[in-house]
Design a binder for this molecule. Structure first.
Ligand code: SF4
Ligand code: MG
Length: 324
């Protein structure tokens, strides 16, 4: 089957202030099939959000290709781009900043439907009523304005707005990390239910591996703008292959984690992305680094069925049967 979304060689560079350009996203290849949720994880500043925004063309990529069902998105302009945008929606981290405070909720939710799909007012009103119910809000919520809602409710509004044009693909960028812990699970469960019931295809960006474990079919780990591991959820949580993934996972409690495994505290700081280290980008913090790691950048390669890793010395035996 043709993947719903095919990202290849995607890079985003920012001009550095006086310094060299900053490569926020480096040469990312990612294929996502219909109905799949990919959890995109990594420390803040690793390029997760930039990758998500570049896929939606909220941020312009500097190189690479993004295909939605075979249609190249990077070359679309004007009306064609607006139309394609209806198929690609984003749920933002801070729902308040993405909701216009002066507008009524019904108009906020209807906007991508009216603009991107050319729906009539009557069609939009009906869809909005259905969406409010779907995300667990009262019908009369549509008449109110964003400040009248709590953070969790605003995120429900953000989700309803993203779903309004029946997009083919959604990027949710840390959708619960600005919410109270007590509300996070409700919103995560709402997204999980919607993914199931509506067959949503989603990239779910999070620094919280517990949430990703709950939602994702596959996990992609980023470090300094690169994808360094990509694996099915069960394979990944059964035992990461990249030393950086191992460190990330050691910080969260998981049922699989053996009690003898200690939390790995990474040495050193995240390098300045304007001055990335040579060789493996992770070598300055890797406890397994060998001389080769300091000069030769590892390629992202498949070491097991359904598992890609960018490391000269992966932590799982190559070509061993995968956990699933
Ligand atoms: Fe560590 Fe070397 Fe693997 Fe990089 S390539 S993660 S430095 S072992
Ligand atoms: Mg971010």
């Amino acid at each position: 089957a043709v993947p719903l979304l095919q990202v290849s060689g995607l890079s985003v560079a920012y001009s550095g202030r006086g310094g060299p350009p900053v490569q926020a996203v480096r040469d990312v290849d990612l294929e996502i099939v219909e109905g799949e949720t990919v959890g995109l994880v990594g420390e803040s500043g690793c390029g997760k959000s930039t990758l998500g925004r570049a896929i939606l063309r909220i941020t312009e990529p500097t190189a690479g290709s993004i295909k939605l069902l075979g249609l190249e998105l990077t070359s679309l302009r004007g009306r064609l781009l607006r139309r394609a945008r209806a198929d690609l929606q984003m749920v933002f981290q801070d729902p308040f900043s993405s909701l216009n405070p002066r507008r009524r909720i019904a108009d906020i939710i209807a906007e991508p439907l009216l603009r991107g799909r050319g729906a009539s007012r009557a069609e939009a009103a009906e869809t909005v009523a259905g969406l409010l119910e779907l995300v667990g809000l009262d019908r009369d919520a549509g008449r109110r304005r964003p400040h009248e809602f709590s953070g969790g409710q605003r995120q429900r509004i953000g989700i309803a707005r993203a779903l309004a044009p029946s997009p083919r693909f959604i990027v949710a960028d840390e959708p619960v990390s600005a919410l109270d812990v007590s509300i996070q699970a409700q919103v995560v469960n709402l997204l999980a239910d919607l993914a199931q019931e509506r067959g949503l295809t989603m990239v779910f960006i999070s620094h919280d591996l517990g949430v990703v474990r709950h939602l994702a079919d596959r996990v992609a780990v980023m470090y300094l703008g690169e994808i360094i591991e990509l694996a099915s959820r069960d394979t990944f949580f059964a035992g990461p292959a990249h030393p950086y993934s191992e460190a990330l996972l050691s910080a969260v409690p998981t049922p699989e984690r053996r009690p003898d495994r200690e939390r790995i505290v990474l040495a050193g700081e995240l390098p300045d992305p304007a001055y990335p280290p040579p060789g493996c980008l992770f070598h300055t913090r890797c406890q397994y680094a060998i001389p080769r790691c300091r000069s030769e950048p590892p390629l992202l390669r498949q070491i097991q069925r359904g598992r890609m890793v960018r490391c000269h010395l992966p932590l799982v035996p190559e070509h061993a049967p995968a956990a699933t």
